[in-house]
Design a protein around this ligand. Structure first.
Ligand code: NAP
Length: 293
């Protein structure tokens, strides 16, 4: 298969490395060209533009930061959509708005191209291990064609529905739930610490009893160790996601009062700690607001 990959940031690079040397023709592109160099050294072609990458490919993956970046790369004279052949596939892996998923589905359908939205669960270390969970929206027959490629970097694939943006909605629900778990752990740990019990003890009991799940084990360890830099998932991207959750909540007329708490704690964390901190550092903000640290 001829594969294009656009966006070699933390997640994109970790995913794209699994596509090198697997018998596929790979063409990569990144806005900052230096990130494409390691792929060129391993035999991938470096495309001159998103359009060039798309013209060389049957399937093009995008893993860009946000909606604006994705639209900039897809649309326009040198964009992906201008280069992609009829019936070729664009697979968007980014966490984006439901409305953007719908917009891209319309654009590609208009061009006779196919579109799959496939946001992922798992941080860069999980991507590097080839163990992402991939949440897919789009035509099931198209998904079946892509399964061998998804298997190179994902351990589970969930098909949500034929509408591509259905996957974006599920991804946003998931990120809301993850940050909610971090918030409750942060508050519980602050309470324990203020009361004279080490936060590690709270985590030990929680994960040893009712909360034995990856979100508590992995994020809980970050909170216990105050491990927020380098950021695996940068707080500004988390803020973007909470904004997108809010947009979906407004569209669907769903009150989500806890969302406001999460959003404000992320904003406060970014304001006080800087842009380069992990989103889990809302735990640090909660602790500091309690007079700890
Ligand atoms: P990242 O390391 O910041 O990478 C962002 C990528 O987007 C880079 O390739 C960057 O190019 C590119 N980009 C940004 N603005 C652009 C623009 N205007 N035009 C063209 N390219 C642009 O972010 P990441 O952590 O890989 O996240 C990527 C996506 O995955 C996001 O949607 C995020 O929400 C989602 N996600 C992240 C995680 C995680 O744990 N990190 C997990 C699941 C999903 P440059 O290199 O030139 O800056």
């Amino acid at each position: 298969m001829r594969i294009g990959f656009l966006g070699l940031g933390q997640m994109g690079a970790a995913i794209a490395q699994h596509l090198v040397g697997k018998g596929h023709d790979l063409a990569v592109w990144n806005r900052s060209a230096d990130k494409a160099r390691p792929f060129a050294e391993r035999g991938a072609a470096v495309a001159a533009s998103p359009r060039d990458a798309a013209a060389r490919s049957d399937v093009v993956f995008t893993m860009l930061a946000d909606d604006a970046a994705l639209k900039a790369v897809v649309m326009g004279k040198d964009g992906l959509a201008a280069g992609l052949a009829k019936n070729a596939v664009h697979v968007s892996l980014s966490t984006i708005a439901v409305a953007t998923g719908d917009e891209l589905a319309d654009l590609h359908a208009h061009n006779g191209q196919r579109f799959i939205s496939a946001p992922v669960f798992g941080r860069p270390d999980v991507a590097a291990a080839g163990a992402l969970s991939i949440v897919v929206g789009g035509d099931p027959a198209c998904l079946d064609e892509l399964r061998p490629v998804f298997a190179l970097f994902g351990k589970r694939v969930f098909h949500i529905g034929a509408r591509p943006s259905s996957a974006n909605l599920v991804k946003l629900c998931g990120n809301f739930a993850i940050l909610s778990a971090v918030e409750t752990m942060g508050e519980a740990m602050a309470l324990a610490e203020k009361g004279g019990v080490p936060k590690a003890k709270v985590l030990e009991v929680m994960t040893g009893t009712l909360f034995d799940a990856p979100v508590y084990r992995n994020y809980g360890a970050m909170l216990v160790e105050d491990r927020y830099r380098p950021a695996g998932f940068a707080a500004p991207l988390g803020l973007k996601d909470m904004r997108l959750v809010g947009q979906a909540a407004e569209t669907n007329r769903v009150a989500m009062p806890f969302l406001s708490v999460l959003r404000d704690h992320l904003l406060e964390t970014i304001a006080k700690e800087g842009e380069d901190i992990d989103w889990a550092a809302i735990g640090l903000t909660i602790a500091k607001n309690s007079g700890i640290g």
